[in-house]
Design a binder for this molecule. Structure first.
Ligand SMILES: Nc1nc2c(c(=O)[nH]1)N[C@H]1C(S)=C(S)[C@@H](COP(=O)(O)O)O[C@H]1N2
Ligand SMILES: [Mo]
Length: 365
């Protein structure tokens, strides 16, 4: 990690119109169209994508995963060697920590997500603990640092993309080094040939193009931990780390959209409203629906197509409405006591804004 002085520090938060920098990021990094909420497992091309720098070039035959640091036996594993280890598949919902950022005011100038930076995949690979056991953890082990092949400059710091996991998280049974998504090889944009998948945590933890695991004897303080991905009310404070996903529910907008505004028009009711909901903080316990902008709420019916505690659950709600204008909302609650707020909770980086979705709908005669 090297500090450069390029005169390219991050711009301050703004209330102004979307900048070209944000538009450029938005065009590279796509969200999941909300109608794709109909699929319990998100088709690969519809899963959201977030790439901080460039998708790196990878030569499969030259690829090795190295494991070093506080281990008894440093490793260098080919993909075939990883595939020969016991396999594990986990259906897991992943959401970017910046989801909802563009709806904050002032907003951090970064990837300007609205609400759809989410997707669910069947991630198949080797459990991280299997590889760590093969290497043999030393008593001194504290963090497992995952480093990607991609490199770039962020806030004047030249870096490889790196995130670390505390040992207790790294040893969880369902943490996967994935070489497959939805039954096929990982596509380039999702981390080919190998990525880390940490169910329950926000997206940034799931290091793509994974090249090395380094076990450290002290907590990791790299850029994506100490500078980025922290809840701060002031840019100069230390802040607290962004970790697990807060509960969120999303509604597949009913009816048909207006091309430009995407306002919805519904011909007649009753309409079966459908969506999905998840939480990385606890078990999802309820989803409620409102058609009056969050004044009166009614319970939705939860479904469980995937049967994975790490994947979103479906929900449905039979909506009976007369002609008129409505604002549909949904909110999720988990058993850790979290519920989606009606108004966003602001922070400098624009992280974890899980305020309820609002979908204006006109029911026509
Ligand atoms: N190596 C590397 N891993 C990365 C990133 C990255 O830029 N480089 N982006 C992270 C972020 S911020 C998110 S939200 C997820 C996005 O994963 P996806 O593109 O497969 O949806 O990957 C994470 N892993
Ligand atoms: Mo992200």
């Amino acid at each position: 990690m090297k500090e450069l002085k390029l005169g390219l520090p991050l711009p301050p938060p703004t209330d102004g119109p979307l900048t070209v920098d944000e538009l450029r990021l938005a065009a590279r990094n796509h969200a999941m169209p909300l109608e794709a909420l109909r699929y319990p497992v998100t088709p690969v091309g519809l899963h959201y994508v977030l790439v901080h720098y460039d998708i790196p070039a990878v030569e499969e035959s030259a690829f090795r995963l190295t494991v070093d640091g506080e281990v008894e036996r440093p490793l260098s594993l080919t993909l075939d060697e990883l595939r020969a280890l016991p396999a594990l598949e986990v259906a897991s919902t992943m959401e970017c920590a910046g989801n909802g950022r563009a709806l904050l005011a002032p907003r951090a100038v970064s990837q300007p997500w609205l609400l759809e930076a989410v997707g669910t995949g069947r991630w198949r690979g080797v459990a991280l603990h299997t590889v760590l056991e093969l290497a043999g953890l030393r008593e001194s082990a504290v963090d497992v640092v995952a480093t990607g092949l991609d490199r770039g400059i962020e806030n004047e710091v030249d870096q490889r993309y790196q995130r670390a996991l505390p040992l207790a998280e790294a040893l969880r049974e369902e943490v996967v080094l994935a070489y497959e998504l939805n039954g096929g090889p990982l596509p380039p944009q999702h981390g080919f040939p190998l990525r880390l998948v940490v169910p329950g945590w926000y997206g940034m933890t799931n290091v793509k193009w994974l090249a090395s695991l380094t076990v450290t004897d002290e907590p990791f303080t790299g850029y994506q931990h100490a500078r980025s991905y922290r809840f701060r009310l002031d840019p100069d404070e230390e802040g607290t780390p962004v970790t697990r996903m807060l509960p969120r529910s999303l509604l597949a907008p009913p009816g048909v959209p207006d091309f430009l505004s995407r306002e919805r028009f519904v011909d007649s009711t009753p309409v079966r409203l459908e969506g999905r909901a998840w939480s990385g903080q606890g078990r999802l316990v309820s989803v409620e629906v409102s058609d009056d902008d969050g004044v009166v709420w009614a319970p939705a019916q939860l479904t469980d197509d995937l049967g994975s505690p790490w994947a979103w659950r479906g929900w449905t709600y039979e909506w009976n409405a007369t002609p008129g204008r409505y604002v549909l909302c949904c909110r999720a609650r988990d058993d850790a006591g979290n519920v989606q707020p009606l108004e966003p909770v602001w922070n400098v980086g624009g992280y974890a804004n899980n305020a309820v979705q609002r979908v204006p709908v006109t029911v026509v005669d």
